[in-house]
Design a protein around this ligand. Structure first.
Ligand code: SF4
Length: 69
């Protein structure tokens, strides 16, 4: 995870956030919310692992069969 040149938070593939439900909800992530509000500062970059707020994101897909015309 790092800030890009436009001050956007970039999540990388090795961050635990990739499979976290809180990332999918956006501001539901306490760390990203704190970074966005400037409460927490990040120097350079960090790899997120063993995050205490982690919630596994489960994708629920259903197969939709097209109706006959
Ligand atoms: S709760 Fe933790 S693992 Fe989930 S998106 Fe936020 S920082 Fe990443």
């Amino acid at each position: 995870m790092y800030f890009d040149e436009n001050n956007n938070i970039v999540i990388e593939e090795d961050d635990e956030c990739i499979t976290c439900a809180n990332l999918n909800k956006g501001v539901a992530c306490p760390l990203i919310q704190a970074l966005a509000q400037g409460v927490v500062f990040m120097e350079d970059s960090l790899t997120v692992s063993n995050c205490g707020f982690y919630e596994k994101f489960e994708r629920h897909l259903r197969l939709v069969i097209p109706l006959d015309k």
